[in-house]
Design a protein around this ligand. Structure first.
Ligand code: CXF
Ligand code: ZN
Length: 369
């Protein structure tokens, strides 16, 4: 079939809307009419080839939401017309998947960044040539996408489908870090560094579980004001204030948790200095420089630092749970979203990079919610 897809033709290039040929889904695959797709910084990282593969030309996009159009013969849990959120690819068979850790799937890299199916084939073709595709097992910057049955998550129909795509990556990463990985509990104190979509999703989750003290740290005053509106009890502008002194003043005995979304060693060190004994820090940022650690502090205090992929989510369970929290008014992640027409994809990406927009979502297919 002919679809419209945003194609990046070279490293750092723009997203160009092109008429592309899409093959029929294979037996384990699902064809989805895309309603909307969030943009995530990992799309830009792939465009800039910071993740090794895919190469070019490529169809990116990995926060798709849409409606099932057709299922392959081995797909039994979905049917035409189902509303779905597309999430990261995982094989379902390796030891990590079997242990309920799909975000640490042994095939995570090829299934999400490989640029093709595992067997090397492509479903997208432009002017007779294969495109790099299967990004996060979906390539959702397009009017239709093919996903593997594992990463197509059915959601209820009485919620705005066009807003749900980011639950498949950025929002589940932040919320999952707080709810799954750190298991932040009511009354606990947490430092959240970085107020992008992931940090703010973490903040909303901390608020949802009634964390007692929620401190948001950033250098963007506007974002800090917004963090306050969303439920931060305190904010710190690390450009203007002495972060460690402020944190010690807020929690003299030390914080229970920290969640870092910046990947900046100095920012992480500030939070480490303010953590209490037997506390936990989760990190999700892609770091450009190494972090130096005073190891004796770990032994003496029982401190834990954990790396977190995709919020330790088991998507079939966690995404519908986030949808329930949204419906109950406990997780208003829609406040982080600004929608754009598909044609304005380059503006959406630019606004995300400059920080004008927290979470851009491209409206791709018509849908009356
Ligand atoms: C990815 C980034 C690389 C590690 C796993 C999760 N993020 C998705 O945007
Ligand atoms: Zn992402």
């Amino acid at each position: 079939m002919e679809i419209t897809a945003a194609v990046v033709k070279q490293k750092g290039g723009s997203f160009d809307l092109e008429k592309v040929r899409l093959d029929a889904p294979k037996s384990d695959e699902v064809l989805i009419k895309i309603v909307a797709s969030g943009t995530c910084h990992t799309d830009m990282a792939a465009r800039d080839q910071l993740m090794g593969t895919p190469t070019f030309p490529v169809v990116l996009g990995h926060e798709g939401s849409g409606i099932v159009e057709q299922v392959g013969k081995n797909v039994h849990h979905l049917q035409t017309g189902d509303h779905v959120v597309l999430t990261f690819g995982y094989c379902g068979d390796c030891s990590k998947c079997q242990r309920g850790l799909p975000a640490y799937c042994e095939n995570f890299f090829p299934l999400n960044f490989g640029g093709s199916r595992l067997d090397g084939s492509h479903s997208h073709h432009l002017a007779g040539k294969d495109l790099q595709d299967n990004f996060f097992s979906q390539s959702s910057f397009a009017t239709y996408a093919i996903a593997h049955k594992n990463n197509v998550i059915k959601v209820r129909k009485d919620v705005p489908l066009e807003l749900l795509g980011p639950l498949g990556c950025g929002i589940q990463t932040g919320a999952g870090a707080v709810l799954n990985s750190l298991s932040v509990s009511a009354g606990a104190s947490i430092i959240i560094s970085g107020t992008g979509a992931v940090g703010l999703a973490g903040l909303l989750a901390a608020k949802a579980v009634s964390a007692g003290t929620i401190v948001a740290i950033d250098i963007n005053e506007e974002r800090l004001l917004f963090a306050k509106e969303l439920g931060a009890t305190h904010t710190i502008n690390s450009k203007k204030e002495d972060v460690i002194a402020r944190l010690k003043e807020i929690a003299p005995k030390g914080f229970d948790y920290a969640f870092d979304t910046t990947g900046i060693p100095e920012v992480i060190q500030n939070s480490l200095a303010a953590l209490g004994s037997h506390s936990k820090m989760g990190i999700v940022g892609i770091a450009k420089r190494p972090l130096e650690l005073e190891m004796n502090n770990f032994v003496a205090t029982g401190l834990q630092i954990i790396g977190i992929a995709e919020g330790d989510s088991v998507p079939n369970v966690f995404i519908p749970r986030l949808v329930e929290m949204y419906r109950n008014g406990q997780f208003p992640f829609d406040k982080l979203i600004k929608t754009y027409a598909f044609e304005d994809i380059n503006q959406a990406i630019a606004d995300s990079e400059t920080g004008v927009t927290i979470k851009p979502v491209l409206l791709i297919g018509d849908y009356k919610g």
